[in-house]
Design a protein around this ligand. Structure first.
Ligand code: C5P
Length: 282
């Protein structure tokens, strides 16, 4: 076993998210462009007798207590797949808001898989890690890729996509939304969907934020905004402040405003206390 290993766990935003249908297994088939951004947690693993997760930082208190942290579940799944009862201390320094639609817990779990695969010398290849990841959470296969991906199925089908660097203003909220709820609300409400992904993928590949802004969409947004109108208000406020487009990320509640460039993003961000400016890809 080697010494400590440190991996950055990048948050993600959904440039678009289309919910296609409810599946018999309780999940939903979707199509989404998942984009890792510069905002990240840091996951450090080191050898130990037992398996233990320690969450640090000012946001640590937002992580649900009870020990069944997603990173721990990922570590247990990897230990099982490697036919070993292996130990490690996993330290997570949290900077990504929790239960915010930014994939923070999934990013930590994905980084844990990558780090422990090396620390424990499991030697698993990307496909095998993605299979384990998909059992831990639907966002993991996408986040294990480490770059922009087009996601299909319930999240397990991933295809690398090209995206030029884009600048975002993230407006988080002080309440969480949980994905089972957001998808249930979509089941209850139904609702429309956004434009063809091809125009979005084309604009994203060219880094054409002006074209991309009005095309951003998320099918979960309308059902979630119906229960949390402040999300819709933040969206309108971002556009009013000059964002080229604004959309909820994942199952929310964080709202993303797309900016022309870094300077523009920082100027918009100044009007939203607690907002975060990030680029994606990082
Ligand atoms: O896979 P994960 O544990 O992140 O999913 C949490 C919940 O979100 C699922 O139990 C399901 O209710 C919902 N979900 C879904 N369809 C997806 C992903 C998540 O319905 N593709």
């Amino acid at each position: 076993m080697s010494g400590a290993l440190r991996v950055e766990a990048h948050a993600k935003v959904n440039v678009f998210l289309r919910v296609l249908r409810a599946r018999e297994d309780g999940y939903h088939d979707l199509a989404s462009l998942v984009l890792p951004i510069s905002l990240s947690d840091v996951v450090t693993v080191r050898p130990a007798r037992e398996l233990r997760v320690d969450v640090r930082g000012s946001l640590a208190g937002d992580v649900p207590p009870g020990g069944l942290n997603l990173a721990l579940i990922a570590a247990l799944a990897l230990a099982e797949a490697s036919a070993g009862t292996l130990g490690a201390t996993i330290v997570i320094e949290k900077s990504i808001p929790v239960a915010a639609g930014l994939g923070g817990g999934s990013a930590d779990a994905a980084a844990t898989l990558v780090a422990l695969n090396e620390l424990w010398g499991c030697g698993l290849h990307a496909d095998a890690l993605a299979d384990i990841g998909a059992r831990v959470g639907s966002d993991l296969p996408a986040l294990l890729v480490g770059g922009p991906v087009l996601v299909g199925g319930r999240g397990q089908r991933v295809e690398p996509a090209k995206v030029e660097r884009l600048w975002w203003v993230l407006v988080p909220f002080d309440f969480p939304t949980r994905s089972p709820e957001a998808y249930r609300w979509w089941d209850e409400d139904g609702g429309g969907t956004g434009p063809s992904p091809w125009s979005i993928l084309d604009a994203a590949e060219r880094g054409d934020a002006e074209t991309l802004g009005p095309l951003l969409f998320n099918d979960l947004e309308r059902p979630v905004v119906r229960r949390h109108p402040e999300i819709g208000e933040a969206q309108r406020a971002l556009v009013h402040a000059g964002a080229l487009g604004a959309v909820m990320s994942g199952s929310g509640p964080t709202v993303l405003g797309l900016a022309r460039d870094e300077e523009h993003a920082r100027a918009i961000g100044r009007g939203f206390p607690g907002s975060i400016v990030a680029s994606g890809p990082p």
